[in-house]
Design a protein around this ligand. Structure first.
Ligand code: ZN
Length: 251
């Protein structure tokens, strides 16, 4: 049997240009698409992104922005810019797409042999930023791997078969396939594919990952996209300048 190859997308944030570029680069390299949430919020194309992802993905779990933009939660704990973008997105979304976002399953969700979650295994809204959150999560894992998003940092964390904690670093590489991480038997992995539509790891390029099941390994990718076009749309729609600028900074 051929190994399965999952294209894993996260934190697309209504950025259609970044999404299309990732799909273009991944073309022919995957068998299924999975999405770790935050389809919408911040960017200019919420409806088009939902339409594209829902037609492609086998499993989509919800992110905090999907909840807030569909009214499942209020945006009270968001910073003022995120709240503004949430309110704008709510007004743009079709009633059908609001219903679609509301019905997305909550993580962690067990799929194939791994877990999918937007934030952390113990709380879908928690940020796994460093050993403080990653280590307890890795130690309590009952499977080899969890795929998570939410931080918009590509990489993740692992425990080696001998129990040593390591951060997974794949930054500062040329465009395309940047890093391959083969899973070791007995190792545990928290994998962040990176953010498609609003990276915050200092690299503006869109990020995603492909997970091959047998033998298990993760491929990390990074690609430039038509950033100027996304920014122009945001400007024309009157979205906040700080949200427009952060895209080119990767912050
Ligand atoms: Zn996000």
């Amino acid at each position: 049997m051929n190994p399965l190859r999952y294209l894993i997308l996260s934190d697309i944030h209504s950025n259609l240009e970044a999404l299309e570029k990732c799909l273009e680069l991944a073309e022919g390299k995957f068998s299924e698409v999975l999405c770790l949430g935050d389809l919408v919020g911040y960017g200019p194309d919420p409806n088009a992104v939902i339409e594209r992802v829902r037609n492609l993905a086998k499993v989509i779990i919800r992110g905090n922005h999907d909840k807030a933009c569909s009214g499942l939660t209020d945006a009270a704990e968001f910073n003022p810019l995120a709240r503004l973008a949430t309110e704008w997105t709510r007004q743009q979304l079709t009633p059908e797409h609001i219903g679609f976002l509301r019905d997305l399953p909550q993580g962690p969700l067990l799929f194939d042999s791994f877990q999918m979650v937007h934030g952390a295994p113990i709380d879908e809204d928690e940020y796994v930023l460093g050993p403080g959150q990653a280590l307890p999560a890795l130690r309590s894992l009952t499977m080899q791997a969890v795929f998570f998003g939410h931080t918009h940092y590509q990489g993740g964390f692992m425990l080696t078969p001998k129990g040593r904690f390591q951060s997974i670093r794949c930054l500062g590489k040329p465009d395309g396939l940047t890093y391959i991480l083969p899973f070791e038997q007995g190792g545990r992995y928290l994998i962040n594919p990176g953010s498609v539509g609003q990276p915050r790891d200092g690299d503006w390029r869109a990020g995603f990952a492909i997970f091959e099941t047998d033998p298990p390994q993760v491929e990390y990718y990074r690609t430039p996209y038509d950033l100027a076009r996304t920014q122009k749309k945001m400007r024309e729609l009157g979205l906040p300048d700080a949200l427009i600028r952060r895209l080119e900074l990767g912050r």
